[in-house]
Design a protein around this ligand. Sequence first.
Ligand SMILES: [Zn+2]
Length: 95
Amino acid sequence: MNAPPDPGHRHLDGNALAGPLAELFALDLAAATITCAHCGSSGPLGAHHLYPDAPALVVRCPSCTEVVLRYASDSRGLRFEMTGTRLLTVAAPAE
Ligand SMILES: [Zn+2]
């Protein structure tokens, strides 16, 4: 059995990710590409199927119909679940 890779000694606390994530969520995600964790197909967010009548907004893969992400906003806060997304790609803004 192989030992897990050594992540090294340098690490920061998770707060260091807040700035880079704010950069991601400030972008227009309509141009985002989603890679489905279930079947591996990729496509623009706009090509996915949105089901707005569930307790959360549910986005399903157009190829396999599995859930790729869910978003809910209510008195408990904002929740963004994307276990069905292998990769979310958004083009970097032009500088
Ligand atoms: Zn799929």
